[in-house]
Design a protein around this ligand. Structure first.
Ligand SMILES: Cc1ncc(C[n+]2csc(CCOP(=O)(O)OP(=O)(O)O)c2C)c(N)n1
Ligand SMILES: [Mg+2]
Length: 678
């Protein structure tokens, strides 16, 4: 059987490559060849990796990083730097080589030599935490370009707030065929085009190759036409022609629309037989091909060796932005909003927030409102939005249901970014990725809403937020069969369990207005990962009369202790806590005393010491109540416990009928307690 490489055929690419390689090696090409050589060496050393993309895009990346991108290798966290997102994350060696050559600390030759090894900063795919100049984790195709939309949006919002003297930068993306085949590229591209995010520039590695072979195996679209229809400016260039690259990047900097430049490249450029084929996409070239590639490129140096005449112009490029950064720092010193800018960039919440929340919670303790937790969330936002100017809301076309908008919040428009709210459209995945980008950019805290069931549409971006450890807040309403008549397509069942299974995600399901306020506080304070506020459509009574501290912070707590020794412990979350409370009252009438534990967050409860957990859970039989699948409850319920919840999908009917039909009732709780021999 023919190999993939043979099937894809590369005669045309090889002829074009030969023509380019016949030209003398200019300084710029030599600088690009350093990227190619380091890529070859690192992938050979690791015996795995993706040489094709870095070798193909080396010329474009060299022009970008030496002449157009605003950065200073001496301070990769300079807030007004241009952002660079390698959406085609498999080409990670491109980024590592760029960081190394441009003189960034923390990416020395030792790092490149240990490409893909345990604890190397040069991981298989770029990892956000490995190096301060890695703007985000990429690898899941499409996420980079969609996250970059959020970064570019954040830039616009902050320019409107602080002015161009503090915020004036671009977001550059390298995306491949794969990123553009992914559905999320549609959502992201359409949103960016609509908002006219003209400082977003995508360099499309148009090599017409992906893993299975030529892209014509699976696609016939012209992404440029697609993006043009979204309102993007587009250009098509030869990605190995320096004049064309320069002209396109100059054009991009002047555009009034987001820009996509399709850079026609040869994947694996330089490899004598594998260039232009899928064979160079994701495997080491192999000793002989690697050597021949370096010969063809005119690179006579030993592995992992870069001569000074190549290092020097690279280092100069890395320091090019130094002067701009220093004058920016001077402008910051004099800026009237300096303190606010520095506070928000550092991620610190306003000093006045705790007091505002204390007052609000005191008012809840007094008024004891009966509200759906989504309404309680909106009431909390009425306090938070004025108190936290960096809070940026939004919804994926469910504003009136998610209750994410509060008064005086303007929606961002292409001609007005002095705004606090984003109408993301029906684009949950695009929204979640954009929210990641807003958080990664810094200076803003994003929250966004949709129905909880559609968290499925956002999962890959939630997962990346968890992996990167960034503060993103999802407002997920209509959290169970309690949403009623819309039926099983809209009723989340397995979502709590599946999101609790994801590492570093804080799942919060408050039981009443007070808990909702506390959970909002916890979400805002959770700076190391995404938080999900899981909220009800239907109203719940106020369960808490005292407002001091934050009871939800420990994940679960005794809401109502048994009057005397516990006959059972009822553990519930969200809307089911009030059900547990009414069962407790009914049991008391029969002389059976039970405790009710509210458990808004399993993750936080798990973090408590075992002494606290044991006290809360008690030694009496435990009954878990949650209108969702029971997966994951065993750890709290123990051997003699019982779970009252869902076993399959829901149904379309009024909420009360559904609770009855699925047996999530006061009577069921009472029966379960009595069954346990009380
Ligand atoms: C969401 C997602 N699906 C699949 C993959 C596996 N994958 C990695 S690279 C790739 C092909 C990408 O093609 P392209 O973007 O054209 O990259 P090139 O081969 O040109 O380097 C695939 C399918 C992935 N990383 N992410
Ligand atoms: Mg490709």
């Amino acid at each position: 059987m023919a190999s993939i490489a043979e099937l894809s055929g590369n005669d045309e690419a090889l002829a074009r490559q030969a023509e380019i390689l016949r030209q003398p090696v200019t300084t710029e090409r030599g600088m690009a060849n350093a990227i190619r050589a380091l890529t070859i060496d690192a992938v050979e050393a690791a015996k795995c990796g993706h040489p094709g993309m870095p070798m193909g895009m080396a010329d474009v990346a060299t022009v970008l990083w030496t002449k157009y991108m605003k950065y200073d290798a001496a301070d990769p966290k300079w807030p007004d730097r241009d952002r660079f997102v390698l959406s085609a994350g498999h080409g990670s060696m491109l980024l590592y080589a760029l960081l190394h050559l441009s003189g960034h600390d923390g990416m020395d030759m030792t790092a490149l030599r240990s490409f893909r090894q345990l604890h190397s900063v040069a991981a298989g795919h770029p990892e956000y935490h490995e190096h301060p100049a890695i703007e985000m984790t990429t690898g899941p195709l499409g996420q980079g370009i969609a996250t970059a939309v959020g970064m570019a949006l954040a830039e616009r919002l902050l320019t409107a707030k602080y002015g161009k003297s503090l915020v004036d930068h671009r977001t550059w993306v390298i995306a491949g065929d794969g990123c553009l085949m992914e559905g999320i590229s549609h959502e992201a591209g359409a949103l960016a085009g609509h908002l006219k995010l003209n400082k977003l520039i995508v360099l499309f590695d148009d090599n017409s190759i992906s893993i299975d072979g030529g892209t014509d195996l699976a696609t016939s679209e012209d992404p440029l036409k697609r993006f043009a229809s979204y309102g993007w400016a587009t250009r098509r260039i030869d990605g190995h022609d320096y004049e064309q690259i320069n002209a396109a990047l100059t054009f991009a900097q002047k555009s009034a629309k987001p820009v996509m430049i399709a850079c026609k490249t040869i994947i694996g450029f330089g490899a004598p037989s594998k260039a232009g084929t899928a064979g160079s996409h994701g495997a080491a070239l192999g000793g002989r091909e690697a050597e021949a590639a370096k010969r063809a490129l005119g690179w006579p140096h030993l592995p992992f060796t870069v001569p000074n005449e190549v290092y020097e112009p690279w280092k100069a490029a890395g320091a090019r932005g130094g002067a701009a950064r220093r004058t920016w720092l001077k402008r910051l010193q004099k800026h009237p909003q300096k303190a606010e800018f520095e506070r928000t960039i550092s991620g610190k919440l306003p000093d006045a927030l705790p007091e505002a929340m204390r007052d609000y919670k005191a008012s809840l303790a007094e008024t004891k409102p009966k509200l759906a937790t989504r309404q309680a969330s909106q009431k909390t936002l009425e306090v938070l939005v004025p108190a936290i100017p960096e809070l940026i809301g939004g919804s994926a076309d469910l504003t009136g249901s998610n209750l994410t908008l509060v008064k005086n919040m303007l929606g961002a428009k292409p001609d007005n970014f002095a705004a606090r709210y984003i109408y993301y459209g029906v684009r949950e995945h695009g929204m979640a990725a954009a929210m990641n980008g807003i958080a990664l950019h810094g200076g803003l805290i994003p929250y966004g809403g949709t129905f909880f069931v559609f968290s499925d549409y956002m999962r890959p971006s939630i997962r990346l937020a968890a992996l990167m450890g960034i503060r993103v807040i999802h407002v997920l309403t209509h959290d169970s069969i309690g949403l009623g008549e819309d039926g099983p397509t809209h009723q989340p069942i397995e979502h709590l369990a599946s999101l609790r299974a994801m590492p570093n995600v804080l799942v919060l399901r408050p039981a009443d207005a007070m808990e909702t306020a506390e959970c909002w506080e916890l979400a805002l304070r959770n700076i190391t990962g995404p938080s999900l506020l899981v909220l009800s459509r239907q109203a719940v009574p106020a369960l808490r009369a005292e407002a001091n501290g934050n009871k939800c912070a420990r994940g679960a707590y005794v809401l109502a202790e048994a009057e005397g020794p516990r006959a059972a412990t009822l553990i519930a979350t969200g809307t089911e806590v009030s059900l547990a409370m009414s069962a407790r009252a009914a049991l008391a009438k029969d002389g059976i005393q039970v405790a009710v534990v509210s458990a808004p967050s399993f993750e936080l409860f798990e973090k408590q010491d075992s002494g606290y957990r044991d006290t809360v859970l008690g030694i009496a039989p435990r009954i878990g109540i949650e209108a969702a699948i029971g997966y994951g409850w065993d750890r709290w319920l123990g051997g003699s416990g019982k779970f009252i919840g869902m076993r399959g999908f829901g149904a379309s009917a009024p909420a009360e009928d559904l609770y009855k039909y699925f047996g999530i009732t006061e009577a069921a709780i009472i029966a379960a307690v009595k069954e346990r021999g009380v």
